[in-house]
Design a binder for this molecule. Structure first.
Ligand SMILES: [Fe+2]
Length: 189
C-alpha cells in the first residue's frame, strides 16, 4: 500500500514508542517465556496486524495500537486463563504515563486503558481504535491453532478475507516482523 497510512510510514512515524529503555524494563518484569505464545513475537505480529488495519481504518489511532501491542500481554502470569492481566497491563501503561515516559495524550491513554482492560473478554468494539487493537490480537490466534472467526472481529477491515488470511499465515509461520525494533536481535530458540 502506498500513501500516508501505509504500514511502513505509520511504523516510522511511531517507532519511537518502542523506546529501548521501556522495552528493557517491560522484558525485565515479564514473567513468561519471552519467546512463548504471549511473548515478543506475538506482540510484533499484533503490531503488524494493527498497522495493516490502521491503513484501512482512517479513524484508528496508530500510536495507541503500537502501545497496545507492547503492553496488552506484558503482565500475563500464565499462558492460559489470566483474567487480571488486561487490568495489570492498563495499570502498567498508566504508570509509565504518570512518570512522563509514555508520549500519548489523555484521550489516547483512555483508549489504551480500555483496549488493554477489555482485550480478553470476547467483546467487539464500535470504537475504531479499540476495535483495531482487539482485531490485531485476534488475527494472531493461528499461533495457538485457532482460525479467527469474523464474528469476533470488530472491524470490516479485519474481516476482509485477504487480510484475515495474510495475518493467519504470518501467525502460522511464526513471523517476527520488525525484529530489530523490538530490541531482541538474538534468534528465537
Ligand atoms: Fe495478545
Amino acid at each position: 500500500m502506498i500513501g500516508p497510512r501505509s504500514t511502513d510510514s505509520l511504523f516510522q512515524r511511531h517507532a519511537a514508542l518502542l523506546c529501548p529503555q521501556t522495552l528493557l524494563e517491560i522484558r525485565a518484569q515479564f514473567q513468561l517465556d519471552w519467546w512463548g505464545y504471549h511473548g515478543v513475537e506475538h506482540w510484533s505480529r499484533v503490531l503488524e496486524n494493527g498497522l495493516t488495519l490502521c491503513g484501512e481504518v482512517p479513524d484508528a489511532r496508530p500510536e495507541v495500537v503500537v502501545l497496545f501491542a507492547l503492553f496488552h500481554d506484558a503482565c500475563r502470569e500464565n499462558e492460559h486463563r489470566d483474567p487480571e492481566h488486561g487490568h495489570k497491563a492498563a495499570a502498567l501503561a498508566v504508570g509509565y504515563h504518570q512518570r512522563g515516559a509514555l508520549p500519548v495524550d489523555a484521550t489516547g491513554l483512555e483508549l489504551l486503558v480500555e483496549a488493554c482492560t477489555g482485550h480478553d473478554k470476547g467483546l467487539v468494539s464500535m470504537d475504531s481504535t479499540i476495535g483495531v487493537c482487539w482485531d490485531a490480537d485476534r488475527l494472531d490466534l493461528g499461533r495457538v491453532g485457532i482460525r479467527p472467526s469474523p464474528r469476533f472481529l470488530s472491524t470490516a477491515a479485519a474481516r476482509k478475507p485477504e487480510i484475515l488470511e495474510n495475518c493467519l499465515n504470518a501467525s502460522l509461520r511464526g513471523e517476527f516482523p520488525r525484529r530489530l525494533s523490538w530490541g531482541t536481535p538474538e534468534p528465537c530458540l
